[in-house]
Each structure stands twice: as C-alpha cells, then as structure tokens.
Write a protein that binds this ligand. Structure first.
Ligand code: HEM
Length: 395
C-alpha cells in the first residue's frame, strides 16, 4: 500500500524488537504528535491512539471489520480466529455459546482447582527462596488454568509448548503457518476424541453443541478452541509478571495491600491499565471514514493502540502514575471494548488475584533479585524474566 503524501505519519514499527524496550515512551510521543497516524510498517496501517477513537472504532463493526484479521501483521493461521474474527450475526451466536462459562459466577466452580494450580506452582520454589516469577509461575499457571477448564489438562505441557511456539512465530509467515498447523493438529485430535461421545468437559460440550439446530462446523470449533488456548496463555503471563513487578517496585504499595486486601482488585486493574499485555489489536476499514481529519479508506488496516489509549491524559489524569485510588481505574481498554470485549477477562483476573493473594500470604518480603527483562511481540508486551528472592520456607 503506498502512502499518500498528505497523510499524518509516524514510524511505529511493531515488528521492531527495540520498540518493546521503549514502548510507553514511543506511544506517548505518537499520541502527542500525531494521534491518528499512518505507519508503513507491517504492510501499512493507521494507528488510533486516543481513548475515544479506540472506543468509537471498537463499537462500529460496520466501518471497522474484524473479518480480514485482527493481527497486524497477520499470524498465518489457516482459518479465522473464532469468535474474534467474525462479524454479527455469527459472532453473536458463537460468543453466546461460550460467554456463560466464563462469568465470575461460573468460574467459582473452578476456584479450588485454580488455587491448587497456584499452590503447586509455588510449592517447589519455597525452600530455595529464589525464583523467576515469569518462568516459574506466570508461564505454567494460565495454561494449566485454561487446560483444566476446557478438560485438556492431561497434556498441558504440550498445550503450553504449542501455544507459545505459535505466538512467537507471529511476523514470520512461513514459520507462523507451520506452528499454527501444529497447534491445530493437536486441538483437532482433542476435538475428534470427543465428537459424538458423551464427554462432560467444557470442550466436549462445545464439540457436541448446536446453534439453530445445527452442529458447529469443524473449522469454527477449531478456531474457537485455538483462541481460548492462545488468548489464555501469553496474555495472562504478561499480566502476572508486571503485577508482581509493580507490587514490589511501587513505593509503599505492598504495605498498603498487605494491610487492606480490598486493594487487590485496584492493583490488578491499574497494572493492566499501565501495562496492557495486548498492546494493540487490528481491524480493516470496510467503508470510508474520517478520524480527526484523516481519511481512512476501505481495505486499509487500522491498529487500535490500547497501550496509548490507556495513558490518554484526556481520560486518565497523570496517566503514567500508578494510582490505586484513581477514580474509574477499571475503565482501561486492556480487554478491548464493545462486542469483542475479551471473554476471558473474569478468568484472567481470577488467576491474577489468586497469584497476588498467594504472594501476599506466603512471600510478603519478596524482592527483585536481578534485572527484569521486558519483551513481547507485534501486539504483546510484558516481562520475560522477573528474578526474585524471599525468605525460604518449607510449606
Ligand atoms: C490478561 C489477560 C488477557 C488480556 C489482556 C486479553 C485481551 C483481549 C483483547 C484485547 C481482546 C480483543 C478485543 C477486540 O478485538 O476488540 C480479547 C478477546 C478475546 N479473549 Fe482475551 N485477554 C486475556 C485473557 C483471556 C483469557 C484467559 C481467555 C480465555 C478464555 C481469553 C479469551 C478471549 C476471547 C475468546 C476473545 C474474543 C472475544 C470476541 O471476539 O467476542 N482472553 N482478549
């Protein structure tokens, strides 16, 4: 796609690993200088960085479609991600099928199992008093959690490996296609093993479900399960690492949360606002539109830059400050907004809560013990390593 001369432009290259080392600063500069910006990177895209613009675009599916893919650049998956890459009315039916299983209320039945996952992840670390909280906790917990809930937990190591490989290959089309095929093949086997059988786990219930009296076609089923596995993995990993990082680095925060557990929720939301694990999502212009004077044409990609919108000073006063007392702090866009808002938000927040509560109860003196490493991918951002030390214990 060629760049028209009069387009407001900013060289945001989301395939450049160096960007991830200075992501908040770069996004703030872009929002200040050029809030609706064209970038030639990743095949060309418009970046919307203002809170209100991201909300408007997210709520207008007729202008900004998801059906041409939601990743910039594309992942290489051979089929759409379901329901994220469907417009209504099909999106509405499939979303309805799974939404009820992921509400706060529905998740209560999994709470003991999730607590056990967190306990068992921490247990081997306690005697040493040292750990890498990203490698040892943030990596295993989310994939174990989604595997438990779907009913594919007997082979969770394989699930984790395949999901991580798939995400890491984004931006490398050949490799991405191969990795997507590997994950798809594993999930297809799991689906086939449940087809037509009275399987009581959640995956089995989707395999044997009907919509308007018809079974769900295999490609849709695969796309749905694939999204849950992938979405439930890297995102929550990133959230967990940054949450503990903030807990131990924000002056006075740990003491306040130890004394007042009602702050656990605000700590989670404020971490997610400042460090959205998914810092952008894509759309494609379906009909010409204008945003702040820029003309967006059909076929052009649009990046919803949550990482910038969450720090929009017109929405959040002193946006770079970590402030658990901030009014309306949960109104960040980290889980998206509108009809595609993340289905897994309650699950992700429950996993974050159980992990934070475990740390407060059992490792109250945890400290950083080395250099935290930031990293990510074309739309993910978070800590890759968080070395810590704490007083050793036996239980
Ligand atoms: C901190 C963790 C997570 C973050 C930051 C996150 C973020 C997001 C974002 C930004 C979207 C897209 C919104 C859009 O395109 O408008 C999304 C969609 C989605 N997420 Fe999550 N997610 C997280 C965890 C999870 C988990 C644990 C699951 C597991 C069930 C999940 C399942 C989904 C699904 C199914 C969608 C598609 C919803 C739709 O299109 O209707 N996510 N998520």
């Amino acid at each position: 796609m060629t760049q028209a001369p009069d387009r407001p432009a900013f060289p945001l290259d989301n395939t450049d690993p160096a960007l991830l080392q200075r992501l908040p600063e770069t996004l703030a500069e872009m929002q200040g200088r050029c809030p609706v910006a064209w970038s030639d990177a990743s095949g060309g895209f418009w970046a919307l960085t203002k809170y209100d613009d991201v909300v408007t675009a997210s709520n207008d599916w007729q202008t900004y479609t998801v059906t041409k893919g939601i990743m910039i650049p594309p992942t290489g998956a051979s089929m759409p991600v379901i329901p994220a890459e469907l417009d209504p009315p099909r999106h509405t039916s499939l979303r309805k099928l799974v939404l009820a299983d992921f509400t706060d209320k529905a998740l209560q039945r999994w709470r003991p199992g999730l607590e056990k996952i967190v306990d068992e992840a921490f247990a081997p670390l306690l005697p040493a008093g040292r750990a890498d909280l990203v490698r040892d906790i943030a990596h295993p917990v989310p994939v174990l959690a989604i595997s438990l809930i779907l009913g594919i937990d007997s082979d969770w190591r394989r699930v984790r490996e395949l999901a991580a490989n798939f995400i890491q290959a984004t931006g490398q089309p050949e490799l991405a296609r191969q990795r997507a095929k590997e994950l798809e093949a594993f999930l297809e086997d799991e689906i086939d093993a449940r087809r037509g059988r009275p399987v009581t786990d959640l995956l089995g219930s989707y395999v044997n479900a009907t919509i308007d009296g018809k079974p769900i076609p295999p490609t849709e089923l695969l796309g749905l399960v694939q999204l849950m596995v992938v979405a439930g993995h890297e995102t929550t990993v990133n959230g967990m690492g940054t949450m503990i990082y903030r807990l131990v680095t924000e002056p006075g925060l740990r003491e306040r949360v130890l004394a007042d557990r009602s702050l656990v929720g605000p700590v989670i939301d404020e971490t997610l606002r400042l460090h959205p694990p998914v810092w952008n999502m894509g759309r494609t212009v379906a009909q010409e539109t204008e945003v702040r004077g820029a003309t967006l044409c059909p076929g052009e990609k649009v990046m919803l830059v949550y990482g910038a919108a969450n720090r929009d000073p017109e929405r959040f006063a002193e946006p770079d400050r970590f402030d658990v007392d901030r009014p309306g702090l949960s109104r960040h866009l980290t889980f998206g907004i509108g009809r595609h808002r993340c289905i897994g938000e309650p699950l992700a927040k429950l996993e974050l809560r159980l992990t934070l509560e475990y740390v407060l109860d059992n490792l109250p003196d945890v400290e950083i013990d080395g250099t935290p490493v930031w990293g990510g991918g074309t739309n993910q951002h978070g800590l890759r390593s968080l070395p810590v030390r704490f007083t050793p214990s036996r239980t």
